[in-house]
Write a protein that binds this ligand. Structure first.
Ligand code: GLN
Length: 409
């Protein structure tokens, strides 16, 4: 089962890793920031390290202060008084939280529907736990369409209905979406919710980019739609919210019927999440309103996005205008490279996009992530048209990357 799909293949993150690329290559590949978390958050981490209690095990549910801060910050967005004992679980990154949900709920052969392209970790996290991924496409806009937006990537709801079988246990929703940047509309989420209700499915809603929506888009939490609280677990991440992806602090919010079994799994997988950084994230959430942090941050990200999009406009390559997250899909199907280019073994035998992204990184000096990694093997050809460029970088770096990318003209 570990060999199913490409679960044991080398992952894209370790191939397109700074360690394998020229040292002056600008990283727009793996999504992490080249700036620090806010000072008042790192200061709280220092303080925690200098205090005895947070240097030791946390309760497996997570430190009470962080659960309380999550309740205070997010309760209103879920239209409820969250119970910090039974409805919030701190996890070692969003990733471990999702893995623990699968461990808790999947029985051998259970099917999990995911929209394709999907964040690559979902696939092995499902198959390692005995589940079977079932793919439903987000249909890309036609290549001929001028100026497509992430909202032009569409679900065919008949296809979604037909993908459901008696073995379907769960649907994964990801909004804002990695790698498309799509912000699912209320109507789309209502239709997904209606199917989840009709077929009695769980919903895992990965909302780790919930603080990054542009162009006045609205973030709708599927857990807040009528009847959905009891069947939905919502995934959050301090890494995305506070520019701290290496801290590995995430959380799950959901009903006790989902959180309790997931806590049992998580306790046996990691026991608890690192304690000092939970304190720092708690301090961060306690002060976001006072600092107007999320409001300022989203404006900065929109500016970063626009710097990169303007650079793409100057090259004249087509891209999907993202309405959320910090990724842009660039159509790289017209980027030409010599067939006999010295590609490393890890790139040979993968999709054309792996070669194009490798070539761009080596020759232009900007790294990106080939998007076929976000498709199952059978659908590689759809992803091969795109490279994913991350804009979680300071404006100067994005301008420099934009300048180098003119080399693609
Ligand atoms: N979520 C980040 C991205 O998509 C990093 C993923 C990872 O390294 N596993 O770039």
């Amino acid at each position: 089962r570990l060999r199913e799909g490409r679960a044991l293949a080398q992952d894209v993150w370790s191939i397109f890793n700074a360690a394998n690329l020229p040292s002056d290559c600008i990283n727009l590949g793996q999504g992490y920031m080249n700036f620090a978390p806010p000072k008042w958050v790192t200061k709280a981490a220092e303080d925690a390290l200098n205090t005895v209690s947070p240097n030791h095990y946390s309760h497996p549910k997570g430190r009470p202060r962080l659960r309380q801060a999550i309740k205070d910050q997010y309760g209103a967005q879920f239209n409820r008084e969250l119970d910090i004992e039974t409805e919030i679980l701190i996890t070692s990154g969003a990733n471990e939280g999702q893995y623990s949900v699968f461990t808790a709920f999947l029985e051998a052969g259970d099917e999990v529907i995911m929209f394709e392209p999907f964040f690559d970790q979902y696939l092995p996290s499902v198959t390692f736990n005995g589940g079977k991924p079932v793919y439903v496409p987000l249909h890309p806009p036609p290549h001929s369409q001028a100026k497509p937006t992430s909202n032009d990537w569409k679900i065919d709801f008949d296809e979604l209905r037909h993908a459901i079988t008696p073995r379907t246990k769960m649907i994964i929703v990801n909004t804002p979406h990695n790698p498309v940047g799509k912000v699912f509309t209320r109507t789309e989420l209502e239709k997904i919710a209606a199917l989840a209700e009709e077929f009695n499915l769980l919903v895992m809603s990965d909302e780790v980019y919930d603080c990054l929506l542009y162009d006045n888009k609205e973030h709708v939490r599927i857990a807040t739609l009528p009847g959905m609280w009891d069947r939905t677990v919502t995934v959050g991440s301090a890494g995305k919210s506070f520019a701290a992806t290496g801290w590995r602090v995430g959380w799950l919010i959901g009903p006790p019927s989902i959180i309790t079994p997931t806590l049992a799994a998580s306790t046996r997988i990691v026991f608890c999440t690192n304690s000092p950084l939970q304190e720092a994230v708690a301090a961060g959430l306690e002060l976001v309103n006072q600092h107007k942090f999320f409001e300022t941050q989203v404006k900065e990200y929109q500016e970063r996005r626009d710097v990169l999009l303007e650079a793409f406009d100057r090259i004249g390559l087509q891209y999907t205008h993202p309405e959320g997250s910090y990724f842009v899909l660039l159509d790289i199907s017209d980027v030409v490279f010599p067939d006999d280019y010295p590609f490393p073994k890890s790139v040979q035998g993968r999709g054309r996009d792996f070669k194009a992204c490798w070539f761009i990184a080596m020759e232009v000096g900007v790294s990106s992530i080939p998007v076929s990694e976000f498709y199952c093997e059978e659908h590689t050809s759809i992803g091969e048209s795109y490279g994913r460029f991350a804009f979680c970088k300071d404006v100067d770096t994005l301008k420099a990357a934009g300048g180098r990318l003119q080399g693609l003209k």
